[in-house]
Ligand binder design. Structure first.
Ligand code: NI
Length: 216
């Protein structure tokens, strides 16, 4: 094995490990949400702070406006974390989210699509503005300070890490998981999806089903 292929394998393994860590954390989060919503029996108070996936942030949108989760109150959120220099997962997933928004049609206004960078050093407001515009006019890009991004990621249980990659722009990549989060209008965790697991039609349908169910 050459040094290059070895380091590529190690990188891929590490990326898989990040994705797995997120899946485990999300599983714990999903269990917590389910138990809290169990209709019968005594209320189950589950104290699992780290499994409490929630949309909570103080960031700057791609127009330069400071925003928090309160700016999206009452709407569902479709959230994806990534970075604009991402060679693969991010562009594919954002194009997929754009298809889902188109499929939602006029009901897309019930869903706020958010792209949150894990690479705020490079993904400044103007960079985010140009990037999100390339995918969908409704897509909101969010950036902030390193600390603001770190806190946002903690609240969503998203893991990311800077990794040296000599062939990448500026010599690094950001390892991150590829989950699309669906958060309910209270900013609580509803579900996660991966782009490759279902066609955009299926995800649009799934979202509408959950939106309608929540109204009943
Ligand atoms: Ni990416």
């Amino acid at each position: 094995m050459t040094d290059t292929s070895r380091s590529t394998s190690l990188r891929l393994l590490r990326r898989a490990a990040w994705a797995g860590a997120t899946a485990l954390a999300l599983l714990a989060g999903a269990v917590t949400v389910w138990r809290a919503n169990a209709p019968d029996g005594p209320p189950l108070v589950v104290v699992t702070g780290e499994a409490d996936v929630r949309s909570a942030f103080a960031l700057t949108d791609h127009t330069g406006r400071p925003v928090t989760e309160a700016n999206f109150a009452g709407r569902w959120q479709l959230v994806f974390f990534g970075f604009t220099n991402c060679p693969d997962v991010c562009p594919t997933t954002l194009a997929y989210m754009a298809s889902v928004l188109d499929l939602l049609g006029d009901r897309a206004d019930q869903v706020a699509p958010l792209f949150i960078t894990v690479d705020p050093a490079r993904d400044t407001v103007p960079v985010m503005a140009e990037y999100v515009a390339a995918f969908h006019p409704r897509l909101v890009g969010l950036t902030g300070t390193e600390a603001q991004i770190a806190e946002t990621a903690r609240n969503f249980l998203v893991f990311y890490e800077r990794m040296d990659e000599p062939s990448a722009p500026d010599g690094y990549l950001m390892a991150h998981a590829g989950y699309i989060y669906l958060m309910n209008p209270e900013g609580r965790f509803e579900a996660v999806f991966r782009e490759e697991r279902q066609p955009p039609e299926a995800l649009a349908e799934e979202i509408l089903m959950r939106v309608e169910k929540a109204k009943r």
